[in-house]
Design a protein around this ligand. Structure first.
Ligand code: DGT
Ligand code: CA
Ligand code: CA
Length: 568
């Protein structure tokens, strides 16, 4: 709907004008935006009839701006303001208590551009130091950020990565490209992403850009130039592409992989060694010392190579200086998936087809863990059907060589922390997952106690999706995670990293905390169809962001050793 698009730009201009203290025009733009937004008639046809000035609140000046938007997709003034204040306006203003004036203040004083910056600065207690802010505001920002995140325009990695890979493969197929890489937050496997960043090596950038902006998946061209272009894809997300020479590509890749916070620290470190780092290389005076590859830049700075997933300024630079960057878990290290559903409960694929997929992924084992009795909506199985499935799996196993299907269950933890299947049945299963599926909003003490109680059951091997969050849909349960981690470690219960890109639960920081507590983890997909077994890569990316190594992850072990890690 064009009306909405025009209204949005007018609103945004009003916001910028407010940052500029131009209150009279703020009001004018605001009124015009509101009129356009609530028009029932299509604005394009009003323009064609030459009647834009008849819209309430739209005078000659704003009518001209609307024409400019309809003709070019933007206005020159708007573009200038965007450059002047390169902040994620929508993101920041979605935090309660933050308007244009505060955004300007936060940007000027602390360079805050987005929610991540805001959260960082608030946690560092830098906001209360700004004149006019104070401790109370800082605290309330922190409280409201979580809520605001749900309503921001960030997309889920699981939706964006396939799109980025599609663009990458199309660009690679061009005769003019020598190399194509996905950079930015996607390369870091961040669970949500703001936009897609693609870097290309090519000697014919103009042809590459021509192709890029004319792809059928492009909805709108935002900027087009020989070195950089930005489009909005039809799916809504923006995609940046930048072309570089082979000689500088490592430096460019490092710079545009970020994170911004790490880049700042890397530049500081370079300066302290008498060097200068930017997106074109590492320089000593005017002489380039490195830049063709990331590896040679890290080397020249006397650092371990830092994998992209760690580049968040969370201690990785210090570790790299001490040559203590751990060897992180890799996709090919995963030997099995221990959380699968088939048509026996609420999955859509047969056991045989799921196993085919597991074999394709090079696995040695899987476990089927259907829902149980009390979870009626998920076609939960009663004791009778559980025993039937056990027999069915035994039969399939007889025909498999070098591959084992484990017989498992995903049992429900009730309000008291009890399970909905008798111990006598659980005892005969190879593996038991337990999870909370109801009574999600009890208080911290109760929720924590329910999970600990379940872990104390000698048959429960794994707690599935331990915090219950769903990205942009549902917060984590109120849990005392320290107590959960301690109990998991003491009882030898594995904690799941659920690899469904909506869940990613445990998330990166909690993975790192769990490992510090000495917990063991297991990476599962919770697949309800064969294709979803591929989601394991999101779990691996997240585990790497949590600094996980093979020794932390039970399903990097061959079957025999894996079974030893389970209880009993
Ligand atoms: P996103 O898109 O919000 O999920 O996060 P990123 O990290 O992909 O951020 P983006 O797309 O704005 O920029 C890509 C990378 O480029 C970012 O991680 C660091 C680098 N970068 C871009 N602009 C700047 C800048 O002004 N300063 C610094 N230090 N780095 C920048
Ligand atoms: Ca990005
Ligand atoms: Ca970008």
């Amino acid at each position: 709907m064009l009306n909405e698009k025009v209204a949005k730009i007018l609103y945004r201009i009003a916001d910028y004008l407010e940052m500029e203290d131009n209150f009279f025009r703020v009001k004018a733009y605001h009124n015009a935006a509101h009129s356009v937004e609530t028009l029932t008639k299509d604005i394009e046809s009003i323009k064609e009839e030459g009647k834009l000035e008849e819209i309430p609140g739209v005078g000659k000046g704003i009518a001209e701006k609307i024409e400019e938007i309809l003709d070019t997709g933007t206005t020159q003034d708007y573009e200038k303001l965007k450059k002047k204040y390169p902040v994620r306006f929508e993101e920041l203003s979605s935090v309660e208590g933050i308007g244009p004036k505060t955004i300007k203040l936060l940007y000027k004083e602390l360079g805050i551009r987005n929610l991540d910056d805001l959260e960082y600065q608030a946690r560092e207690n830098n906001i209360k130091k700004i004149k006019g802010m104070g401790e109370k505001k800082e605290k309330s920002f922190l409280e409201n950020i979580e809520f605001a995140r749900k309503f921001t325009s960030r997309s889920i990695l699981g939706e964006v990565l396939p799109l980025a890979e599609e663009i990458k493969s199309r660009l690679i197929d061009l005769p003019q490209t020598d190399r194509v890489e996905i950079a930015g937050s996607i390369r870091r496997w961040k669970e949500t992403v703001g936009d897609i960043d693609i870097l290309v090596i090519s000697e014919q950038p103009v042809e590459v850009m021509d192709y890029f902006v004319s792809m059928d998946i492009v909805g709108e061209i935002i900027v087009k130039g020989p070195a950089k272009s930005t489009v909005r894809l039809k799916k809504g997300i923006e995609c940046d592409i930048r072309v570089f020479d082979e000689e500088v590509f490592g430096a460019a890749l490092m710079y545009f992989t970020g994170s911004r916070e790490l880049n700042v620290q890397m530049r500081k470190l370079s300066i302290s060694q008498g060097l200068k780092l930017n997106e074109y290389g590492l320089f000593k005076k005017e002489k380039k010392v490195a830049g063709k590859t990331e590896k040679e830049i890290f080397q020249a700075l006397k650092l371990d190579y830092i994998p992209p997933e760690l580049r968040e300024n969370r201690g990785e630079l210090e570790a790299a200086k001490k040559r203590e960057i751990p060897s992180l878990v890799k996709l090919e290290d995963i030997k099995g998936d221990l959380h699968l559903h088939s048509t026996w409960s609420d999955g859509t694929t047969s056991i045989a087809n799921m196993v085919d997929q597991a074999l394709k992924q090079g696995y040695q084992y899987v476990a089927f863990t259907e829902h149980t009795g009390s979870l009626k909506i998920a076609n939960g199985m009663n004791e009778d059907r559980i025993l039937k499935q056990v027999k069915a799996i035994d039969k399939i196993n007889d025909d498999l060589q070098g591959f084992t299907i484990l017989k498992g269950l995903e049992v429900n933890i009730d309000l008291e922390g009890k399970l909905d299947i008798r111990d006598e049945i659980l005892e005969d299963m190879d593996l038991v997952l337990a999870a909370i599926h109801s009574g999600l909003s009890k208080g911290t003490i109760e929720m924590t106690q329910r999970i600990i109680e379940a872990m104390e059951n000698e048959h429960v091997d794994i707690i599935a999706h331990p915090t219950g969050r769903k990205l942009q849909l549902r917060k984590e349960y109120d849990l005392n995670l320290n107590q959960i981690f301690e109990a998991a470690q003491e009882t030898g219960t594995l904690l799941e990293v659920n690899s469904n890109p909506i869940r990613l639960d445990l998330r990166d920081l909690n993975i790192r905390r769990a490992i510090e507590h000495g917990c063991k983890l297991v990476l599962n997909t919770d697949a309800h169809s064969a294709i979803e077994l591929n989601n394991i890569r999101y779990g691996v990316g997240t585990a790497r962001r949590g600094w996980a190594q093979n020794k932390d992850i039970a399903n990097t072990l061959p079957l025999k050793d894996f079974l030893k890690v389970l209880k009993n």
